[in-house]
Design a protein around this ligand. Structure first.
Ligand SMILES: Nc1ncnc2c1ncn2[C@@H]1O[C@H](COP(=O)(O)OP(=O)(O)OP(=O)(O)O)[C@@H](O)[C@H]1O
Ligand SMILES: [Mg+2]
Length: 324
């Protein structure tokens, strides 16, 4: 059974049009996306700023409610969980944010931070393998004797390890990682990414891994999805996406071949003609058409379908048949 099944998920944000007047604007942050995530799998979500990556992550965890569509977690629809099931969902679906400085309470010691998670979820502080907090710290590469320290006594990379330990404490099956290494130095990034992979191998949980860094996504993902203005444009197994990308947007992003290991290979560094359109007024037809070098008149009129062009390889482009 998949950990996560997402069907035709939509999230609109409305702004303006209130007492202060102004035109009402609707941002289609996530616009009809579908995917599944298996156990032990990492789906990398890559896209420019504002493409809807974080919104998708929050929806997957039930932290935002969808405008339309369905999310199933371990087979159960998350908008229809009983109390007990809901507690189970909260325990088994966790998140790690970009900024370990902001996400850890500065007035709590590491031991208190982790103990609190155990308490909230009604989990014992001692297991068959001994005390839980020291073993969590060891698992993320920190020294158990530092449990009495406060977050500011650790480096950025160590703080992110604490945030990872906090996510692991409840025994999750899904962890949403929202730019987990973007705030870290490149050398530290690699260590944290390797830790995340080791933890997955040992524990078998799944990651929804959000980043605008193509090299990071390549390093950690089994499959990758490329988002643009709330839509999935291409999704494929990692090797396939990086070696044989089909969507003109993906091809533009990958135009300079990513280096084999983690570097600052950010989407923002890529030169794609034209500015990203406003998410509240996306272009008609294909959303990428205003920046696409391969645009035809049809692309300005009709939204392309989400089409399966190979095993687990989906593309949203009118012209894809020409180069499959
Ligand atoms: N709470 C909100 N209210 C109104 N609009 C929102 C809200 N959250 C997100 N948006 C809008 O939805 C769109 C998608 O935002 P989101 O944060 O999901 O993008 P992102 O891909 O995570 O971007 P980034 O790479 O900058 O983190 C943006 O246009 C954003 O302004
Ligand atoms: Mg974001």
């Amino acid at each position: 059974m998949p950990v996560l099944e997402v069907r035709n998920l939509v999230k609109h944000f409305t702004s303006g049009g209130g007492l202060l007047g102004g035109a009402k604007r609707v941002v289609r942050a996530v616009d009809d996306v579908s995917f599944t995530l298996s156990g032990n799998e990492t789906l990398g979500v890559v896209g420019e700023s504002g493409s809807g990556k974080s919104t998708l992550g929050f929806l997957a965890l039930g932290l935002l409610s969808p405008t339309a569509g369905e999310i199933r977690f371990l087979g159960r629809p998350v908008n229809d969980l009983g109390d007990r099931e809901n507690r189970e969902f909260r325990r088994k679906a966790q998140i790690v944010f970009q900024n370990p400085f902001a996400s850890l309470n500065p007035r709590m010691t590491v031991r208190d931070i982790l103990d609190r998670v155990l308490k909230v979820h009604g989990l014992p502080s001692v297991s068959e393998d001994g005390e839980v907090v020291p073993s969590l710290l060891r698992e993320v590469g920190l020294r158990p004797e530092h449990a009495g320290r406060y977050p500011h006594e650790f480096s950025g990379g160590q703080r992110q390890r604490i945030a990872i330990a906090r996510a692991l404490a409840s025994g999750p099956e899904l962890i949403v990682l929202d730019e987990p290494t973007s705030a870290l130095d490149v050398s530290v990034q690699a260590q944290v990414l390797n830790l995340l992979q080791d933890l997955q191998r040992a524990r078998g949980h799944s990651y929804l891994f959000i980043s605008h860094n193509l090299a990071v996504i390549r390093h950690v993902s089994h499959r990758v999805v490329v988002m643009y203005l709330g839509k999935f444009m291409e999704m494929a197994p990692k090797e396939r996406l990086y070696s044989a990308p089909l969507h003109p947007y993906t091809r533009a992003l990958l135009a300079s071949v990513p280096k084999p290991f983690v570097t600052d290979e950010n989407i923002e560094d890529k030169v794609i003609a034209g500015d990203i359109p406003s998410p509240s007024a996306p272009p008609a037809g294909c959303r990428f058409n205003t920046r696409c070098p391969l645009r035809t008149p049809l692309c300005e009129e009709e939204e392309p379908e989400w089409k399966e062009v190979g095993k687990e390889h989906f593309v949203r482009c009118h012209r894809v048949d020409e180069w499959v």
